[in-house]
Design a protein around this ligand. Structure first.
Ligand SMILES: [Fe+2]
Ligand SMILES: [Fe+2]
Length: 261
């Protein structure tokens, strides 16, 4: 630890509590507490948002490691060769995506579209910005081109109404981004290019089901999609993250979201 930097960054409360301690050992205790807090802060910053869990079990007092490499005590351990289903059950927040896939199923969508709905937001487990692109990239080695294409483009299409397809600009977006928000030009270009593509309809279906998939009272179990996943997702025998695919590192980042290195 850079001591000077650490001391310069100490909070006012920490400085006061160190200065206020009557004895030398009291000062040492207060300093240790401040160091611990500073490490925890660093630790928190390393966490990606969607695997974040609040609270932390108390540490073993003998464990002086500032980081838990490959072992985040707050997350369930993944099997050695994890399947897509393991990711849904042990890592992804699932209810929104399972609700959207269930709607697609109810409305008679193809299996590819149902799978695309099931996976459309899993990029959020890595990154919020451009989450459609992250999700599409993540699954591309394992699915039909139509599925990854539809997932990627749903991000841009969400900002543009298509009344013929039954999709209006989401009221939620006015709430989230303000009435005067105008989607960035790259999104407009993506939308315009996608409009004439052979898979436009599949991506548009994701957006239609997306809007109605936020019911807080409805729990949709991912297991109802087991057969569709089995037929449409090429599960590698080594497990996702360990098959040497171009996106294996992205799956590993979800398995161990808090590794320092
Ligand atoms: Fe999305
Ligand atoms: Fe969504």
């Amino acid at each position: 630890m850079d001591r000077r930097k650490f001391l310069n960054n100490l909070s006012v409360t920490a400085v006061a509590s160190i200065a206020g301690a009557a004895t030398l050992s009291g000062k040492a205790d207060a300093l240790e507490e401040a160091m611990e807090a500073s490490l925890e802060e660093k630790y928190r910053r390393a966490k990606p948002g969607h695997c974040f869990v609040d609270g932390r079990p108390p540490r073993d007092p003998n464990d002086k490691r500032p980081y838990y490499q490959h072992n985040e005590p707050l997350l369930p351990k993944m099997p050695e060769a994890p399947t897509l289903m393991d990711f849904y059950q042990l890592r992804f927040p699932t209810n929104h995506v399972t609700q959207s896939a269930r709607l697609a199923m109810k409305n008679g969508s193809s299996e590819k579209v149902i799978l695309a709905c099931l996976m459309h937001d899993i990029g959020l487990n890595i990154m919020g910005t451009d989450h459609g692109y992250w999700a599409a990239q993540l699954v591309r080695p394992y699915v039909d081109e139509e599925v990854s294409w539809a997932i990627e483009k749903h991000q841009a299409l969400r900002f543009f109404p298509d009344l013929e397809a039954g999709y209006e600009y989401p009221v939620k977006y006015i709430e989230y981004f303000g009435e005067d928000y105008v989607p960035e030009p790259y999104l407009k270009k993506e939308h315009d290019r996608a409009k004439n593509h052979k898979y436009y309809g599949s991506s548009r279906e994701i957006t239609v089901h997306d809007v109605y998939a936020f019911d807080p009272d409805l729990q949709v179990d991912v297991e109802i999609f087991t057969d569709i996943i089995g037929r449409n997702f090429k599960q590698p025998k080594e497990g996702l993250g360990f098959d040497g695919s171009p996106t294996a590192h992205m799956w590993r980042s979800i398995i161990w979201p808090n590794n320092f290195l």
